[in-house]
Design a protein around this ligand. Structure first.
Ligand code: SF4
Ligand code: SF4
Ligand code: SF4
Ligand code: FES
Length: 593
């Protein structure tokens, strides 16, 4: 890629050919104010706040869309530029409600910041007095039209990043309004509630309900970690205020998801109100008695050692960290030779001879076959990437007994007996990709095998760390009825515990390492309290094989401990403390600015 040299405010600046004046300036550390621009979105040139003087141009030009060309001379803060910016800001402030005192974004609003920067201390034009209704219909966020500056960041984010195209502007001039679909309330629209629009809005027009008015940005601390709600392992920031989690935010530099989060990852992950298990407990004739960690671990070790290996079972959550899974392998497979083992939520078989696909490949693919999985429900950020690929012209074919949500975006939906048709379509593509999940049947797998060597295959596994669990051989089939002692690492899965508990032989001694109370915890003879995903550090290997780092944002509640810490202490109690495989992670916290 060639470079060009331009002069900004008298300073020579190098830029890649094709970069805008704004990108060149920011690359050289020169600040040009913006409002409608967002680095994750294509430039729109909608607000004119970034106007600059460019040599040879009759009028001022928006730096965010104007290309930098060789020997160009640019002035970013000349008297003419400052006057034009003030004029633009006076017009924006004259419309709608920009009384900052009562706005939840005051102190974190780009418009307010520009007002201070350019000394706007009074209204030059009559203010627009019409009041618009607030759309508070979504579960987790609201849209206050009165604070909207029509920058279209939200419209572009919904289309370009989420591939959802819910938002747009209607009417023109002073009547222009943001709207969802055919102007329906957001809760009745095609909005999937991911909150990406909220994240990019520069004002208080789109705000999260939970954290509104709770804290000023200067008081926040952000800790980067990994979402554990599905197998993608999206990177995110935990915004903390005085030791409490305020909200979950996009981490734009996260390599897996590049700032995208779904409704579950951004909002619902903080809505788990199940009662926690806060101390080790022994079940004494139906009564749970709190015991010390030493006593609990000694009891667990004695039970495990006294059990016939063939009748010893390990049931592991696929939300465990890599460190915990390595320890589980060391204890249960290498030392105790547990004859039975399995995962709480299963695994989907892979195609060993096929080239492995990654999430980023979806964006470059020209034909995608989706089989045995519904990412809209299970891995929503993958669904966003698939919709983006369709926007760029990729063919999408969905396969399954019933069409999932993405079938609406597909060129065709085939039932399993028509899978050959989909395979033929993919064979004709240049960069085909198969995205599949645990719903794929054996016969379908045989049919898809024809694409090995031609297509990339991306497995959407059920859990955030299913890959490592499979790699350390915890993926056997477990029949809990055949165990004298069953050690269950229950993680935070919801809804599976009842069936699991019902399947356990009533004579089995059950040791459960768990975060929350559940039918399984009620059935357990010994309970070991475990820290949640927000309370533990470690690493995870997501469904595409990327190593994702988790950093504790909160200390473990009560006497609970991180998954790897419990297993490490159990290993020590079993006399394995000198084993080199027992290295445990430090408590690490990665703060982002
Ligand atoms: S809601 Fe926010 S992001 Fe959307 S147009 Fe209005 S100000 Fe811009
Ligand atoms: S929440 Fe997500 S889907 Fe809904 S309008 Fe915003 S960006 Fe679009
Ligand atoms: S797609 Fe999965 S990993 Fe990503 S934010 Fe949603 S639940 Fe979390
Ligand atoms: S930031 Fe350039 S026009 Fe809005």
């Amino acid at each position: 890629m060639g470079t060009v040299t331009i002069t900004i405010n008298g300073q020579k600046v190098s830029a890649h050919a094709g970069q805008t004046v704004l990108e060149a300036a920011r690359g050289a550390g020169i600040d040009i104010p913006t409002l409608c621009h967002h680095p994750a979105l294509a430039p729109a040139g909608a607000c004119r706040v970034c106007l600059v003087e460019v040599s040879g141009q009759r009028t001022l030009q928006p730096a965010c869309t104007f290309p930098a060309t060789e020997r160009m001379e640019v002035q970013t803060e000349s008297a003419k530029v400052v006057a034009a910016r003030r004029f633009v800001l006076e017009l924006i402030f004259s419309e709608r409600n920009h009384f900052c005192m009562t706005c939840p974004m005051s102190g974190d609003c780009q418009l307010q910041e520009l007002g201070y920067r350019y000394g706007l201390d009074h209204w030059v034009y009559p203010t627009y007095e019409h009041r618009f209704a607030v759309d508070a219909s979504p579960a987790h966020h609201l849209l206050d039209h009165n604070r909207c500056v029509l920058c279209r960041r939200c419209v572009r984010a919904c289309a370009e990043l989420v591939g959802n195209h819910t938002l747009d502007l209607r009417q023109r001039g002073a009547q222009t309004m943001l709207c969802a679909d055919m102007d329906v309330p957001l809760a009745e629209s095609t909005c999937v509630g991911c909150g990406t629009c909220v994240e990019v809005c520069p004002t208080g027009a789109l705000i999260e309900k939970r954290s509104a008015f709770m804290a000023r940005p200067a008081e926040l601390e952000r800790i980067a970690t990994t979402c554990s709600q599905c197998s993608l392992g999206c990177g995110l920031n935990v915004a903390m205020h005085r030791g409490q989690v305020l909200r979950l935010e996009s981490l734009w530099e996260a390599p897996v998801n590049r700032g995208l989060l779904c409704r579950r990852g951004r909002f619902e992950a903080l809505e788990d109100h199940r009662p926690r298990i806060l101390a080790p407990m022994l079940n004494d004739g139906g009564e749970r008695l709190p015991v010390s960690w030493e006593k609990a671990l000694a009891e667990a070790a004695a039970r495990l050692q006294a059990t016939d290996p063939l009748r010893l079972g390990l049931m592991a959550s696929t939300r465990m960290t890599n460190e915990a899974l390595m320890l589980a392998k060391k204890i249960f497979l290498d030392t105790l030779n547990a004859g039975q083992r399995g995962m709480v939520d299963g695994v989907c078989a892979t195609f060993p001879t096929a080239e492995r696909g990654r999430l980023a490949d979806l964006c470059a693919s020209d034909a995608i076959l989706l089989a045995g999985t519904d990412p809209s429900a299970d891995q929503p950020v993958a669904a966003f990437l698939i919709k983006r690929a369709v926007d760029r012209g990729a063919r999408l074919i969905t396969a399954g007994k019933r069409p999932g949500e993405l079938a609406a975006f597909a060129e065709m939906h085939v039932v399993p007996r028509q899978l050959e048709v989909a395979v033929d379509a993919l064979l004709a593509a240049a960069r085909p990709m198969v995205v599949y999940g645990s719903g794929l049947k054996k016969a379908d797998r045989r049919t898809l095998q024809r694409l090995a060597g031609r297509a990339r295959f991306l497995a959407l596994q059920p859990g955030v760390n299913t890959r490592t669990a499979s790699a350390v051989d915890v993926n056997g089939t477990l029949e809990p009825t055949g165990c004298d002692t069953l050690f269950v690492i229950a993680g935070e899965e919801n809804g599976t515990m009842e069936a699991l508990a019902a399947g356990i032989d009533r004579r089995s001694f059950v040791i459960a390492q768990a975060c929350y109370d559940s039918p399984l915890a009620a059935r357990a003879d010994l309970l070991l309290p475990m820290a949640t995903w927000l309370e533990r550090s470690g690493t995870l290997t997501n469904t595409e094989g990327s190593l994702c780092r988790a950093h504790a944002a909160l200390p473990p509640s009560g006497q609970s401990r991180p998954d790897w810490d419990i297993l490490g202490r159990l290993a020590e109690t079993l006399g394995l403390e000198d084993d080199p495989g027992l290295k445990r992670p430090e408590r690490r916290t990665r703060r982002t600015p």
